[in-house]
Ligand binder design. Structure first.
Ligand code: CO
Length: 164
């Protein structure tokens, strides 16, 4: 398993507009990406800071981990996200070591990225998110653009085959 960078640090907020008043208006950070993550029941806003980012995360309802976190502890740092080259290898290794993950399978977020959370019980009280590096982001093994295109074309072919 190779961790390549801190992808982001996430802050749980109950009111996105109020949070943006500080992070965006006060600090002048730019919101690069905002999304509703239905699968996880949250709204997120990402603001890049150098090689990493700050993520604001707001629960959509009263269910789910972020809502429970806010209820128990109020707003604050919610999780640390590390980027990993091979998520499946990381999951395998953590399971072998008896570490607890919060789901059996990785999620795929609105950006198509695979991720999983390590339960705070296994990581000294810090919820740790593991993000799989996207090919175009990989720092150590950049994939030439034409290769990405070939892969996309191959996917289309595979999908066509599937329909038959
Ligand atoms: Co996150």
């Amino acid at each position: 398993m190779r961790i390549t960078r801190i992808n982001h640090l996430a802050v749980a907020v109950s009111d996105m507009d109020e949070a943006l008043r500080f992070w965006r208006d006060g600090l002048g950070l730019h919101v690069d990406h905002g999304a509703i993550e239905e699968g996880q029941g949250v709204e997120v806003a990402f603001m890049r800071v150098g090689e990493s980012a700050v993520e604001l995360v707001r629960p959509l309802g009263e269910e789910g981990g972020v809502a429970r976190f806010l209820e128990k502890r109020g707003g604050g740092i919610h999780h640390l996200c590390l980027e990993v080259e091979d998520l499946d290898a990381a999951i395998l290794r953590l399971r072998e070591l008896g570490m607890r993950l919060t789901s059996d399978e990785p999620y795929i977020n609105a950006s198509g990225r695979r991720l999983i959370f390590v339960h705070p019980a296994s990581s000294g009280g810090v919820l740790v998110e593991l993000y799989e590096a996207l090919a175009e982001e990989s720092v150590s093994h950049p994939v030439p653009q034409e290769h990405l295109r070939v892969e996309a074309d191959q996917r289309q072919i595979d999908e066509t085959d599937h329909r038959r």
